[in-house]
Design a protein around this ligand. Structure first.
Ligand code: HMG
Ligand code: MG
Length: 302
């Protein structure tokens, strides 16, 4: 049967806002994070400690996390943030943060575009970063991007994805989040990828699935993931999101769509749907355009 409980890993403030053309005011970001926590989302990825020239939208990471720490105390230090390298980790540790995520590419082209590294040399950056984080008692998530298709290289072989994922696990990352960066995954491909990890000795409990909804398949893909035993799903409030370095990446699976779907299956998630919809409706007003999520449009009255 399907799992009875699922963890929703909210990425709106990070994956959503990294892709906005306009830089969102730090006070608005802070309110967004707090509202999402208030809606019962157990994990809210807040920002990235990447190079500010690469992602100017998140150049206020220090200001955001300092403000959240003042408001939320310990709770703010539990919010995960992206760190690509030792410099990013140092910035996160300076603020006392306890959860970081490194992000790898499954393809050569995206490693170059997103990280300025080769498929192989990206690990030279992750190795000391993960080691130092673990030494400091900080939990590390490992993302793998382009797990299904890549805009430059086409379909990505499952073997190639498993190899990159295994290398991250060997460095000591806790959870592996498999990213469909450009939203081309299908249910059959999800099933095949989770099975390939299983054959390589990686249980579905170590995996999270991270879908973008370009082809409208994200929920069907979640269903395939549930059938394969995966219990953590990344989602973005209102369906915000994309990647500035991945051509054709559109919004993430909307948190509201996921919540509606899980509730329909009787799967526990602990999230207050109305509170997330209200948050996304408010955020759509701040951003000046409607949410792409069908559930937000149906329930939001906007
Ligand atoms: P690089 O240019 O190769 O950096 O960029 P470098 O290591 O050569 O360093 C150059 C300079 O940058 C140095 O300064 C460093 O100190 C500084 P200098 O000594 O010349 O004065 N620097 C930094 N400054 C602040 N914070 C840092 C940092 N690192 C170096 N962390 C780098 C390499 C990784 C930094 C760059 O490529 C980068 O920042 N990339 C981030 C791209 C990004 O954020 N993409 C979006 C997130 S991934 C995603 O969205 C996918 C996901 O959602 C899953 C999915 O959908 O698949 C997770
Ligand atoms: Mg993403």
């Amino acid at each position: 049967g399907l799992p009875t409980e699922v963890t929703i890993y909210e990425v709106g403030p990070r994956d959503g806002l990294q892709n906005e053309k306009a830089v969102v005011d730090v006070e608005v970001k802070s309110a967004f994070v707090k509202r999402l926590l208030g809606a019962g989302l157990p994990i809210v990825e807040a920002t990235s400690f990447v190079h500010p020239k690469w992602v100017p939208q998140l150049a206020d990471a220090e200001a955001l996390m300092t403000g959240l720490s003042a408001d939320l105390g310990e709770r703010a230090r539990e919010l995960p943030v992206l760190v690509p390298n030792a410099r990013g980790l140092e910035r996160a540790l300076d603020l006392g943060l306890r959860h970081v995520a490194v992000f790898a590419s499954a393809t050569e082209t995206f490693a170059a575009k997103n990280l300025n590294r080769t498929l192989d040399s990206q690990f030279d950056m992750f190795e000391p970063t993960v080691a130092q984080a673990l030494d400091a008692g900080v939990d590390v998530r490992g993302y793998v991007s382009m797990c299904f298709g890549d805009p430059w290289e086409g379909a990505v072989p499952v073997r190639q994805v498993v190899a990159v994922g295994k290398r991250l696990l060997e460095l000591g990352v806790g959870q592996l989040s498999l990213g469909d960066t450009i939203g081309v995954a299908t249910a059959g491909h999800v099933k095949a990828l989770v099975a390939a990890f299983g054959e390589a000795g990686v249980e579905p409990g170590r995996l999270a699935l991270h879908f973008h909804d370009t082809y409208g398949q994200a929920l069907t893909n979640v269903h395939a993931g549930l059938q394969a035993g995966v219990t953590t799903y990344d989602a973005s409030a209102g369906g915000l999101g994309g990647c500035p370095y991945a051509r054709s990446a559109t919004g993430n699976l909307a948190t509201e769509d996921l919540v509606w779907f899980l509730t329909g299956l009787g799967i526990e998630h602990g999230v207050d749907l109305d509170a997330v919809v209200a948050t996304s409706t408010w955020m759509a007003g701040e951003l000046g355009r409607p949410s792409p999520s069908a559930v937000v449009r149906a329930l939001g009255g906007a």
